[in-house]
Design a protein around this ligand. Structure first.
Ligand SMILES: CC(C)(COP(=O)(O)OP(=O)(O)OC[C@H]1O[C@@H](n2cnc3c(N)ncnc32)[C@H](O)[C@@H]1OP(=O)(O)O)[C@@H](O)C(=O)NCCC(=O)NCCS
Length: 186
């Protein structure tokens, strides 16, 4: 079905339209959630986040009107936390995760955050590589953090988000996406 909706050649990072997540987006978000994480957030978790949590900022990314990615952050004064980010498996490796991460970082900075943190499974090399590309470093390990298999979480962190150096890094990465939107090769 999706192949018909997304013919070859469509779906570059430039095409990703990012909107604030709304209640009506949740069925599509939950479908991606279900195929992206071994322990999924239930519908009411997303619902509560976007309806009740004033610190939360959630977004969806659409290609040709179809939700293919989402992500969220909390911002508490100068602190921010990436709570989730995912791209539908059929659309990974097209730099859409990167576009969504840029959106989350931009929103965190716009809301006044100076630093940002997240937890990631120790085995999730792909996500860790993405975060390192955006200046995150591992600051600690939470032993047995994930209840499904007892896996450790790495706590990653990026700081001085409003500094000139980090701003320059984001500008370069964004410009690279704009000028070379081709899918990653490896
Ligand atoms: C992590 C995730 C969001 C990345 O999204 P994506 O659209 O596939 O990634 P992109 O195409 O934007 O790639 C951006 C960067 O991510 C890393 N990356 C992506 N795919 C990779 C792969 N197969 N192998 C290694 N690194 C990879 C690279 O750093 C890449 O940049 P580079 O090509 O310049 O090296 C996606 O894999 C996903 O949804 N995974 C399941 C959910 C998840 O693990 N979320 C994170 C929870 S902490």
């Amino acid at each position: 079905m999706k192949a018909e909706l997304f013919p070859a050649g469509s779906g570059s990072p430039r095409d990703l339209q990012i909107d604030v997540m709304a209640q009506g987006d949740l069925p599509a978000v939950l479908r991606i959630e279900g195929v992206s994480f071994s322990t999924s957030w239930p519908a009411n978790a997303f619902s509560n986040e976007i309806r009740d949590n004033k610190l939360a900022h959630y977004f969806v990314g659409r290609l040709d009107g179809e939700i293919v990615a989402y992500g969220g952050i909390w911002v508490i004064l100068e602190d921010s936390h990436i709570t989730t980010i995912a791209v539908h498996p059929d659309f990974r490796g097209r730099r859409l995760g990167e576009v969504m991460l840029l959106k989350l970082l931009g929103e965190a900075i716009a809301q006044g955050a100076s630093w940002i943190t997240l937890e990631v499974r120790e085995s999730n090399d792909v996500a860790q590589k993405l975060y390192r590309k955006y200046g995150f470093t591992t600051v600690s390990t939470r032993r047995g953090y994930y209840s499904d298999n007892g896996e450790n979480a790495l706590v990653m962190w990026a700081g001085n988000l409003k500094g000139e150096l980090y701003g320059a890094r984001l500008r370069v990465l964004r410009a690279t996406l704009d000028t070379d939107p081709s899918p990653r090769s490896g």
